[in-house]
Design a protein around this ligand. Structure first.
Ligand SMILES: [Zn+2]
Length: 413
């Protein structure tokens, strides 16, 4: 497959594509092998298809230090979050892995990617967490993830040796950056504005998208749904992608101006740094603009309400423009969804945040149509029955029994 040039340059100028399927399992017979967890498998896929351009593999110590200290790769390109492969020292010894080796990464027991090891190194995880997340509080989920890393990082370029199979219903939304760029080109989207989501869209999200579409004078809105590690109480992944598409199929966005796609990524909740990361990935998907509302990719009160807006002032070379929006809320006095920057009744506004609506849905009462569309609610309930074991929210049963989003088939014999 060739990369399509629709005038929207990937980060670093070239879309990375490192995919070379095995002809047979014999190609990698006897190679030192490391089995990787789901997060790492997703990141191998992202690296190989160019979601993470210009990265071609897992970072070495120079890039990790530079990203942590300066939010840039050693090459100078903006990059906010370390992309690393952590492996316990004992496992490396057992597999016989050393710098200079080519090794095989497997997932679900099957060959996924090869990695040309350039460096094996250790890092001060607490120091790394403090620089990336602005806190070393172990209650912060990103800090916790960092502190839980194994004690060695393995760096080097990766090549995907097996293309993953994406399960329904996500297969309808799965596009590699090259495929998506080609699709946006066919749609004629010269200006595409990205919407990051992990939610079923309530009216606030819908107006956020509509407002950003108008502000960017965009040709279309790309909904990029983050599919990855879930915790109990989150919306189930299936409901997120299907309800976003549902806004288009019911004409709340006319056909040619709205598309939904899936991004395999475990949220780090790094607030402003994660906002920059989201912008770069969507730039690689072919977007010219990215919308950022209140508390983007934050958690708890670690970051200011609009911290993700301020960080872009320092990054003139990001290469994708940010569309910064305030909150959309429900105002009974205005009689509908109103904008923080316009509505003069902040004392009587009603929060549209997911939590509120979730409690309404969980309680069985119908949310007001001004807060959640009836078409959305009906589909959320259908998804609960079809995919969620009766709930639109993640439960322990969903976590243990759901169909995996990605499977790696065995290599040809
Ligand atoms: Zn008002």
């Amino acid at each position: 497959m060739t990369s399509v040039d629709n005038g929207l340059s990937p980060h670093g100028g070239t879309l990375v594509q490192r995919v070379q399927p095995l002809r047979s399992a014999g190609d990698v017979a006897g190679w030192p092998t490391i089995e990787v967890r789901e997060q790492i498998a997703h990141e191998c896929v992202n690296l190989a298809y160019g979601f993470f351009s210009p990265l071609t593999g897992f970072m070495g110590s120079a890039d990790v230090a530079s990203v942590a200290d300066n939010m840039r790769l050693a090459s100078g390109y903006v990059w906010p979050i370390p992309i690393v492969l952590d492996v316990p020292d004992a496992e490396l010894t057992q597999a016989g892995v050393a710098a200079g080796d080519s090794i095989l990464l497997t997932h679900q027991g099957n060959p996924l990617a090869t990695l040309d090891v350039t460096e094996i190194f250790a890092a001060d995880l607490s120091d790394l967490a403090g620089k990336v997340y602005g806190t070393t509080d172990p209650d912060h989920p990103g800090v916790q993830r960092t502190l839980n890393y194994a004690n060695r990082f393995v760096a080097g370029d990766i090549t995907l040796v097996c293309e993953p199979v994406i399960s329904p219903p996500f297969d309808r939304y799965w596009r590699t950056p090259a495929q998506l760029r080609s699709e946006l080109d066919e749609l004629g989207w010269q200006r595409a504005v990205a919407h990051q989501t992990r939610n079923v869209p309530h009216s606030g999200h819908e107006y956020l998208m509509k407002g950003a579409f108008m502000e960017a004078q965009a040709d279309g809105v790309l909904v990029s749904a983050v599919i990855g590690e879930k915790k109990v109480g989150d919306y189930i992944d299936e409901a997120i992608v299907l309800t976003h598409e549902n806004l288009r199929t019911h004409g709340f966005f006319r056909d040619g101006i709205h598309r939904t796609t899936a991004l395999l990524w475990d949220m780090r909740y790094a607030g402003p740094r994660e906002a920059v990361f989201h912008a770069l990935v969507r730039k690689n998907l072919g977007c010219t603009h990215h919308m950022f509302g209140r508390d983007h990719a934050g958690v708890g009160d670690y970051y200011g309400r609009y911290a993700a807006h301020e960080i872009f002032d320092d990054l003139p070379d990001l290469g994708i423009r940010s569309v910064l929006t305030l909150e959309w809320w429900y105002c009974p006095t205005c009689g509908g969804v109103a904008y923080e920057g316009i509505c003069g009744h902040p004392d009587t506004k009603q929060d549209l945040a997911g939590r509120l609506i979730r409690s309404i849905i969980d309680g069985g009462a119908e949310p007001a149509p001004q807060t959640l569309r009836a078409e959305t609610l009906a589909l959320v309930r259908q998804c609960a029955d079809e995919y969620g074991f009766g709930s639109p929210f993640v439960t322990e049963q969903y976590l243990s029994e759901r169909t995996p989003v990605l499977t790696i088939p065995p290599a040809p014999v």
